[in-house]
Design a protein around this ligand. Structure first.
Ligand code: PLP
Length: 631
């Protein structure tokens, strides 16, 4: 039974073995790695959750898959151009990720995209091969343009995509000044609207791109500067995670028309860049809802190729080489976040404990009657009555008419009634919305050693859903309804909406804690999450493990590299505290306390040593402290 939907959203990369362990299939074939084995090996190396595990073979597989599917579509559609994709560095800038992608992309002439000066600096250095593109997007100052021109000097096919008219003036000036001929692209502001959470990248109010009048004006500028032959590319981007293939088709049609018009105006062109937007099916529903997509990567490639071809044929124009800047689709599946649950907050256990006030207040007796007479009233009516009584009890307490014991009794009875209502089957087979919410309210909180703000920022900021599942014990039936909370002092630091599994979205079914470590995986987190995280409460970067399949063993793996997470001294340095200064200040205070005889000198030394040692430790909790004497 695929309780957590691995087969639905896993694209062939995730499964559960007969011992209840979650396995990763980096190449979507029979070879697999049990994630729990990686966790155990990391523990032997002294690394503990939370961590990010990267499956580098999976990353390579996705690069190959995207390129092969475009090549296949091109062959099937008799398309006369090539696919020349680029990886947008912004989606995951980590060197090991970019290196793997550059290496995997070599046979496909797969290039890089930069959206800022720092990213361009990376792209310029990491890029290899004369036939691979570098696409330069984002706002550009003169330094940005100069660096791109350096790339031209080095023989690279580096295209400066004009997002704003003023950039074109700078490109013209600097190319005249340096004598280097640029390759230029225009970013068109399409009217085809994106859909989903990232839809604002198009339309009249989009931050980027040239509208039709500006494109004509820019074309004139190029002609005047005698740089007509430098315009090679038309670019658009309608936002990330486009859930609906129809939106993509429409955008491709609109952009190809722009492209053909520019060719007709006498520009050489040759490249059409369809931007990013290729989605990831985070919930496996194959729908056009935000967390999903109603198309496959193969369909995307076919639709882009076929629509470009159709419009070009219609306009009598040679087809361009197709560039896409798919980031999310390439990197999201390759990494997962491993969390350890270390505590269960069980509201029902405490709130539901029977309270026996010495003198029962009327309102408590009313709630008792409600709790006893289960079958008299319908579920919804009983719920409303219970809410009314609970509110009455609160008012009485606030006005001083209810003592603590009676308040506790009222609360406990209210929770008992709610639990009864939630566990009863509906008479009509339909559960009203208000009662749906009950199960979420009643769910336990599983406290996980991590920060949503550091590791899953899009979940907090945009409500993006990621699949979450235990990484072991899947041969046991999960019996606890839970939501996940993190260790930040922020009530937003939680995961309380999940992908739709067996009709539950507001809680996850998990296993009861049994005193042994319990690990959860948050999957498909390889795109954007690594870099967007912040240091809320100064919880820093988590440990990272880079895992490769072992060549000759059927299910072997090795951890090629570990990147230790931030230490406390690293994160405090980020906000301008030098660890030496902190130690000096604490030492002064310990010395003063010693002088006042409040701390013994020997004890003072031990406290200072402890403070200094702490600065070298990780920012997350040590939930399983090592036995004394062992570090
Ligand atoms: N290209 C541009 C210009 C972008 O702004 C983005 C991100 O939004 C991308 C490519 C990558 O998009 P995706 O991750 O959806 O493939």
């Amino acid at each position: 039974e695929d309780f957590y939907g691995f087969k639905r959203w896993g694209a062939g990369h995730f499964n559960v073995d007969e011992t209840g362990l979650v396995t990763v299939h980096p190449l979507a074939d029979a070879r697999s790695v049990a994630i729990k084995d990686v966790i155990d090996e990391a523990a032997d190396m002294g690394l503990k959750a939370p961590f990010v595990i990267r499956f580098q073979d999976l990353l390579r597989h996705r690069v190959e898959q995207l390129n092969k599917l475009f090549r296949k579509a091109i062959a099937e559609e008799d398309y006369e151009g090539r696919y020349r994709g680029v990886f947008p560095i912004k989606v995951n800038q980590l060197r090991e990720v970019v290196e793997e992608i550059v290496d995997a992309g070599e046979q496909f002439d797969y290039g890089l995209e930069a959206g800022s000066k720092p990213e361009l600096m990376i792209a310029l250095a990491m890029h290899e091969g004369a036939d691979r593109l570098i696409i330069c997007n984002g706002y550009k100052d003169q330094d940005y343009i100069r660096i791109a021109l350096l790339g031209r000097k080095l023989g690279k096919q580096i295209v400066l995509v004009v997002e704003q008219l003023s950039e074109l003036d700078h490109i013209i000036e600097l190319s005249q000044e340096t004598g280097v001929e640029p390759l230029i692209g225009f970013r068109a502001k399409l009217l085809t609207r994106g859909e989903g959470k990232w839809a604002t990248s198009t339309g009249d109010n989009a931050k980027f791109g040239l509208n039709t009048a500006e494109i004509l004006f820019a074309a004139e500028k190029l002609e005047k500067a005698k740089l007509t032959h430098c315009l090679r590319l038309l670019h658009f981007h309608i936002g990330s995670q486009v859930p609906n293939i129809l939106t993509i088709k429409n955008a491709v049609v609109e952009a190809t028309r722009f492209y053909c018009q520019l060719v007709k105006m006498g520009f050489p062109m040759g490249l059409l860049d369809v931007g990013g937007g290729l989605g990831i099916d985070y919930d496996g529903s194959r729908t056009n809802f935000e967390s999903s997509m109603n198309y496959s990567m193969a369909e995307y490639a076919r639709d882009v190729v076929a629509n470009v071809r159709d419009i070009c044929t219609d306009m009598g124009i040679d087809v361009p080489d197709i560039v896409s800047e798919s980031g999310r689709a390439v990197v999201a599946p390759h990494s997962l976040l491993v969390l350890e649950v270390f505590e269960r907050i069980n509201k029902r256990e405490t709130l539901g404990r029977k309270q026996r006030p010495k003198r029962k207040h009327k309102v408590v007796r009313a709630l008792e009657t409600l709790a006893k007479n289960k079958s008299d009233l319908g579920r919804l009516e009983r719920f409303h009555d219970a809410v009314q009584r609970k509110e009455e009890a609160f008012s009485l307490f606030n006005l001083g008419y209810l003592d603590l014991e009676n308040r506790a009794a009222a609360e406990s009875l209210y929770w008992q009634i709610c639990e009864d209502i939630a566990s009863e089957n509906s008479e009509t087979g339909y559960t009203p919305e208000e009662l749906h919410e009950l199960s979420a309210v009643l769910a336990d909180q599983y406290v996980c050693n991590f920060s949503v703000f550091q590791s899953l920022l899009d979940h907090w900021a945009l409500g993006q859903l990621f699949p979450v599942a235990p990484l072991h014990r899947l041969d046991e039936k999960p019996s606890v309804n839970a939501i996940l909370v993190d260790i930040t002092c922020d009530s937003d630091g939680k995961i309380s909406t999940f992908i739709d599994l067996e009709d539950t979205k507001d809680h996850l079914k998990l296993h009861p804690l049994n005193g042994q470590p319990y690990f959860l995986g948050v999957f498909l987190t390889g795109a954007y999450q690594d870099i967007m995280g912040d240091l809320h409460n100064l919880f820093g970067r988590v440990n990272e493990l880079h895992v490769f399949l072992e060549e000759d063993e059927e299910n072997g793996f090795y951890i090629e590299e570990t990147l230790p997470g931030s230490r406390i001294r690293d994160v405090v340095a980020g906000v301008q505290y030098q660890h030496t200064d902190l130690c000096r200040r604490v030492k002064q205070q310990i010395d003063a306390a010693t002088k006042r005889d409040e701390i013994k000198p020997r004890e003072g030394v031990r406290w200072l040593e402890f403070y200094e040692e702490m600065l070298e430790t990780k920012t997350y909790l040590r939930v399983h402290p090592e036995p004394k004497g062992k570090k």
